[in-house]
Design a protein around this ligand. Structure first.
Ligand SMILES: Nc1ncnc2c1ncn2[C@@H]1O[C@H](COP(=O)(O)OP(=O)(O)O)[C@@H](O)[C@H]1O
Ligand SMILES: [Mg+2]
Length: 147
C-alpha cells in the first residue's frame, strides 16, 4: 500500500449544503491545525481560507464538500474544496484582481491564493475544485540537519 492511499483513508470530509455548515468546516480546520501543532497566525490562515472556500460553495454552487488530510511526508495540511456547481467563467479576471464582487469582499479566491502555500484551481461548467495546502513544518533553516 502506498503512503498516498494510507493518507486518503485518513481524510475528513465536511459536506457543505448551506452557510450553517461553514462552522463545521472551520471547526475541522481548527482541529486539523491542532493535530499538527500549529497555532496563531499559521492556524488562522488555514481557518480563514477554508471558511472562504466553503462560503463560496454554499453561495455559488449551493452544495459541495471540503476534504481535509494531513500529508505527513511533505508536512502539509491539504484541503480540497469541490463542488458540482456552475463553475467560474471569469476565473482569469478574478485571479488577475480585475474583478469587483457585488456581494462579498471579492477577495476570497485571491486572498486564499495569497495565504496558502499551494493553490490550484480547476473549474468548468461541471464544477470547481480548489486545492490548497499549508506547510506545518516546524523546522527552522538554522536547525535543519544536512546529514
Ligand atoms: N465554487 C464556486 N462556484 C461558482 N462560482 C464561484 C465559486 N467560487 C467563486 N465563484 C465566483 O467567483 C467570484 C469571486 O469569488 P471570491 O473571490 O470568493 O469573491 P466573492 O465571493 O466575494 O465574490 C464570485 O463572485 C463568484 O462569481
Ligand atoms: Mg467568496
Amino acid at each position: 500500500m502506498t503512503l498516498a492511499a494510507t493518507t486518503d483513508e485518513d481524510e475528513l470530509v465536511v459536506a457543505i449544503a448551506s452557510e450553517s455548515d461553514l462552522n463545521h468546516a472551520r471547526m475541522v480546520a481548527r482541529e486539523t491545525c491542532k493535530l499538527v501543532a500549529i497555532r496563531g497566525y499559521q492556524a488562522q490562515k488555514v481557518v480563514t481560507t477554508v471558511s472562504e472556500l466553503a462560503r463560496n460553495i454554499a453561495r455559488y454552487a449551493k452544495t459541495g464538500r471540503v476534504r481535509f488530510r494531513v500529508d505527513t511526508s511533505d508536512e502539509m495540511i491539504v484541503v480540497i474544496a469541490e463542488d458540482n456547481g456552475p463553475g467560474i467563467s471569469n476565473l482569469d479576471e478574478i485571479l488577475a484582481g480585475q474583478y469587483r464582487s457585488r456581494t462579498g469582499l471579492g477577495r476570497g479566491l485571491l486572498g486564499s491564493r495569497d495565504l496558502a502555500d499551494v493553490f490550484d484551481i480547476q473549474t468548468s461548467p461541471a464544477g470547481t475544485i480548489v486545492k490548497i495546502a499549508f506547510s506545518y513544518s516546524q523546522r527552522k533553516p538554522w536547525t535543519t540537519s544536512t546529514t
